[in-house]
Design a protein around this ligand. Structure first.
Ligand code: ITT
Length: 194
């Protein structure tokens, strides 16, 4: 099945390909020559995912999926949440975001956090479905690991004694928030017949 993925994040696209595996032709916006700037102004992951998928589906006419994801930290009242990509402001990078998160967590005893992923799929007939996955962990005291992207270097999983940047990519892609949401998407698609 052909799925257009409405993302500009190459790391997400790579994880989509690894998680969905055979049976799915994952097509990025680059490959279709689409360079739309979508304003992510919803206050939920679901709202932003649906907005991205709807706009790109309208432009390309194919079944389109979008991922809106981020990290929610208990001690920070759920921040950075939907603002994860731009946590440290204009021109934010993974490094500047992680440094800001470490600063905000100084002196915090409660380091519980979760990764959240909302996946929206929009079909050519305009119908849609939203699926969600979460992964629970804690914010580490220093950055560790080379794999993954974003906040993986700070997201520690006590049961594996590693950050998600230290996990082998195939293991992250079995247990992650994105893997859970895409697992539900696969199940949904297998029943819809669209
Ligand atoms: P698109 O909107 O083009 O898909 P984006 O990077 O802007 O790309 P989001 O708005 O969904 O995507 O922001 C998600 C941010 O949350 C991302 O930039 C990372 O900082 C973080 N994030 C999401 N999934 C993650 C993961 O699996 N590991 C680490 N950080 C993650």
């Amino acid at each position: 099945m052909r799925l257009v993925v409405a993302t500009k994040n190459r790391n997400k696209l790579r994880e989509f390909r690894q998680i969905l595996g055979e049976g799915f032709e994952v097509v990025g916006m680059d490959e279709l020559g689409i360079d739309a700037e979508i304003v992510e102004d919803a206050d939920t992951f679901e709202g932003n995912a649906l907005k991205k998928a709807t706009e790109i589906a309208r432009l390309c006419g194919f079944t389109t999926v979008a991922d809106d994801s981020g990290i929610c930290v208990e001690a920070l009242s759920g921040a950075p949440g939907v603002y994860s990509a731009r946590y440290s402001g204009e021109g934010a990078t993974d490094l500047s975001n992680n440094l800001k998160l470490l600063r905000e967590m100084e002196g915090q005893e409660n380091r519980n956090a979760k990764f959240v992923c909302a996946i929206a799929v929009v079909f050519p007939d305009g119908t849609n479905k939203i699926l969600k996955g979460e992964l629970h962990g804690v914010i580490d005291f220093e950055m560790k690991g080379e794999n993954g992207f974003g906040y993986d270097v700070l997201f520690y999983l006590p049961e594996y004694k590693m950050t998600t940047a230290q996990l082998p990519p195939d293991l992250k892609n079995k247990i992650s928030h994105r893997a859970k949401a895409l697992g539900l998407l696969k199940e949904f698609l297998s029943h819809t017949g669209k």
